[in-house]
Ligand binder design. Structure first.
Ligand SMILES: N#Cc1c(-c2ccc3ccn(Cc4ccncc4)c3c2)n[nH]c1N
Length: 250
């Protein structure tokens, strides 16, 4: 997978050099290119913004720097063999970024991120590129950030961990919160590791029993408990038949 990011804060994307994404890059599983939008400005002040038509607070990011940058990034990708890009536009007014969308994006060969600042990008830029490729306008949550770079880090990590061979244990996806299957739409339950006793706190006995069926049922029940407490909205999405089937297997 190729990822391109166009931003006025390239240093914000330094975390893409470390940990899971950094290792995937080093192994050649991810090809990440971060571009400074100001390279496509030609005035003394490297201007990327201007006042909004119709008035109102703040500034709007100008068309030309984005158009020149995206044309250049796309041309480079095509020249080096990448195909079927998708534009990923972080925005507070976007569709919620979910695990389901992460799976969809992880199946694409090339993502081009356009994290904006100020009040956002002149709409005509998005409309222009929507004539050439799928555009995903996404929001990472119901709160307001000052720009889209944090969303690029979130989306990139959620997508990268789904790529084949990136997560050491392929099974790790199975019990992800929100992953498909009997635990679908359930939050993960608590996890424990050695030592067996810590500051007077023991490990739940069932986890030491070696009885895989009982352990699976306990984990499912804990997930249900946490989901009911923290995300009751997810409970109605659960498929009770999946539990019956799972109980028969346990
Ligand atoms: N994804 C995502 C986001 C953002 C977000 C993303 C991109 C930009 C670009 C500019 N801003 C600042 C701004 C613009 C308009 N209204 C309010 C704030 C952004 C915010 N905020 N909250 C989220 N969940």
């Amino acid at each position: 997978m190729r990822l391109d990011v166009v931003t006025i804060f390239p240093e914000y994307l330094e975390p893409l050099n470390v940990s899971l994404v950094g290792k995937a890059r080093a192994r050649g599983q991810l090809d990440v290119h971060v571009h400074d939008l100001r390279e496509w400005t030609y005035d003394r002040h490297n201007t990327v913004d201007d006042t909004p038509y119709g008035g109102g607070p703040g500034m709007v990011m100008k068309t030309d720097p984005w158009g020149d940058a995206l044309d250049c990034v796309l041309a480079d990708g095509y020249e080096t063999g990448s195909r079927t890009p998708a534009l990923i536009v972080p925005t507070p007014s976007g569709r919620p970024f979910t695990q389901e969308l992460a799976v969809e994006l992880s199946e694409r060969p090339w993502l081009v991120f356009t994290p904006a600042r100020y009040e956002g990008i002149d709409r005509r830029v998005i409309d222009e590129y929507a004539t050439r490729m799928p555009v995903y306008e996404v929001s990472i949550g119901d709160y307001v950030l000052a720009g889209g770079e944090a969303a690029v880090l979130v989306v990139t990590e959620a997508v990268a961990r789904l790529l084949p061979g990136v997560l050491g244990n392929a099974e790790s996806h199975r019990d992800d919160s929100f992953a498909p299957g009997a635990m679908a739409n359930l939050l993960e339950g608590p996890v424990y590791t050695k030592p067996p006793e810590w500051r007077g706190r023991d490990i739940p006995e069932v986890l030491l029993s070696g009885h895989h069926g009982k352990i699976a049922r306990w984990r499912r029940d804990e997930a249900l408990r946490r989901t009911t407490a923290n995300r009751p909205d997810l409970i109605e999405r659960c498929d009770p038949k999946a539990f019956d089937k799972k109980d028969r297997e346990m």
